[in-house]
Ligand binder design. Structure first.
Ligand code: LFR
Length: 475
């Protein structure tokens, strides 16, 4: 028995509609339609082009080459949302998490609820863009009847049905990780209108059917997948044993381990570790590392073509290692802007050689990201008491051989890289389980391991140079 399943996967820099044929021992990608995701700055605010993305989704569905779809699921980046009025109309335009509107309100929120209490309830790392801070800066809250996170918003437009998928709800800072419900305590303490938060849906639950105006596949069942892209990506990690760490590497590097229960210690909070909800009650105990954003934003500053990247990485690989490093998680790198200039400034401030050529900047970014991966993986293992005999790198970063090798070198743990489309495959895997084609998470992971191309990187060199480089960064 097999089925044709589609995933709509929206990432911060590109989206895709991907289809696959899935059965107990097959997982074949049969089509991918990709489209860029370009944020729009308008009147001083950075927005998502949400209607453009919706049009691209419809376009992607139009191009699906299959007589019928058995199921469709939607995932995207986390934390961002759209507001609907009482008649279901979009109010305003969803704001990008890299917009700086929350800078002024973080303290205000913490005066109402302490960071310690927020962590006890939600287990969430502090990121200045978490939904609770965005809502504190939201001008349209009073008019809003419903808040829908981005995948739930796209799902609403495709089906007419509203809901809040659980894995993504767990990134809002308003979700009680212990109880698995919206947190009445936090919603009340922050004077948010409780009625705007829709009922929760577990990954794998039905989420309506495609409306006729969604095109040829009207009537197709929509399944609530793990709609937080990182939750889907980690569901598709091709782990074959229990002792693994992972890095979902794309715009962000999400680096950590999987646990069976939240870890809500003060040490974990101090190290800014998060407990995000995954599939089947799993928890992603991880930290956000700034990721390939540092690279893509540098390429944008140089007006470089995507085709230039291969040559630049090749030159960077030939340069001496660890000449200059920066803390990839420096908040100065978060907003859009001139990345090479910001990196140069930090190198100068820490008394290191300032990268002069583009290849030197790329080398600095790769070394710095590997250092960030090392710190996050080491701390995840120490704080969780777990072991890892492999680091799985999934997502677009799995194609970056230099970064994969440096991550193996820096962590001292072998890296298995792939699949590149882990997020879409995790999205599809949860649907396949709902269709009864695969029994659960371990079998999904074995299926991915058996069917998708993977590359192996063994650690080289000694830990000493990485220790020395880490010491150059401010603690
Ligand atoms: C990755 C991701 C991260 C989240 C960030 C912002 O795409 O979903 O998990 O922290 O984007 O939403």
């Amino acid at each position: 028995m097999s089925a044709t399943i589609a995933a709509i996967d929206l990432g911060a820099s590109s989206g895709r509609v991907l289809t696959a044929r899935v059965g107990a021992d097959r997982l074949d990608i049969t089509g991918i339609h990709r489209f860029p995701n370009r944020p729009v700055r308008l009147a001083g605010t950075l927005h998502w082009d949400i209607l453009g993305l919706y049009a691209d989704v419809l376009d992607g569905l139009q191009r699906v080459d299959a007589p019928r779809l058995d199921s469709l699921g939607i995932d995207s980046w986390a934390v961002d949302y759209g507001l609907l009025d009482r008649d279901g109309r979009l109010i305003g335009n969803p704001v990008h998490y890299r917009d700086e509107r929350t800078t002024a309100v973080v303290e205000q929120v913490h005066r109402r609820v302490s960071p310690q209490r927020l962590y006890q309830v939600t287990g969430l790392q502090h990121l200045p863009f978490n939904t609770l801070y965005q809502l504190a800066a939201e001008p349209f809250l009073a008019q809003a009847a419903t808040l829908l996170l981005i995948p739930d918003l796209i799902s609403f437009w495709l089906t007419g049905q509203r809901g809040a998928e659980q894995t993504n709800a767990s990134t809002t800072g308003l979700y009680d990780a212990g109880r698995g419900t919206w947190s009445d305590e936090l919603i009340e303490a922050l004077s948010l209108p409780a009625g705007i938060f829709p009922g929760l849906r577990a990954p794998g639950a039905p989420a309506g059917r495609l409306l006729p105006d969604a095109g040829a596949f009207g009537g197709t069942p929509v399944t609530a997948v793990a709609s937080h892209d990182t939750a889907s990506a980690i569901a598709a990690v091709p782990a074959t044993g229990p002792d693994f760490a992972y890095i979902s590497c794309g715009t962000w590097s999400l680096a950590g381990v999987e646990t069976t229960a939240p870890i809500l210690t003060e040490a974990g909070r101090a190290a800014n570790f998060t407990n995000e909800t995954g599939v089947d009650g799993t928890i992603r105990y991880l930290r956000n590392v700034m990721g390939l954003w540092l690279l893509s934003e540098s390429l944008r500053a140089w007006k470089a073509e995507p085709a230039d990247l291969g040559a630049l990485l090749g030159h960077a690989a030939d340069l001496p290692a660890l000449r200059s490093v920066v803390d990839p998680n420096d908040p100065a790198f978060l907003p859009p802007g001139d990345m090479p200039a910001r990196i140069a400034r930090r190198c100068a401030e820490t008394g290191q050689p300032v990268p002069g050529t583009r290849a030197e900047v790329v080398r600095c970014v790769m070394d710095s990201l590997a250092l960030g991966h090392r710190a996050a993986i080491r701390q995840a293992l120490a704080l969780s008491g777990q072991r890892a005999d492999v680091v799985h790198i999934v997502g677009g970063g799995a194609q970056n051989a230099l970064l994969c090798q440096l991550t193996a070198d820096a962590t001292g743990i072998p890296v298995v890289a792939g699949p590149v489309e882990a997020t879409a495959l995790g999205n599809i895997g949860v649907q396949a389980r709902s269709l009864g084609l695969i029994p659960g998470l371990p079998s999904l992971r074995s299926l991915v391991s058996a069917t998708q191309p993977l590359l192996h990187y063994e650690p080289r060199g000694s830990a000493a140079s990485w220790n020395e480089a880490a010491d150059r960064l401010p603690t």
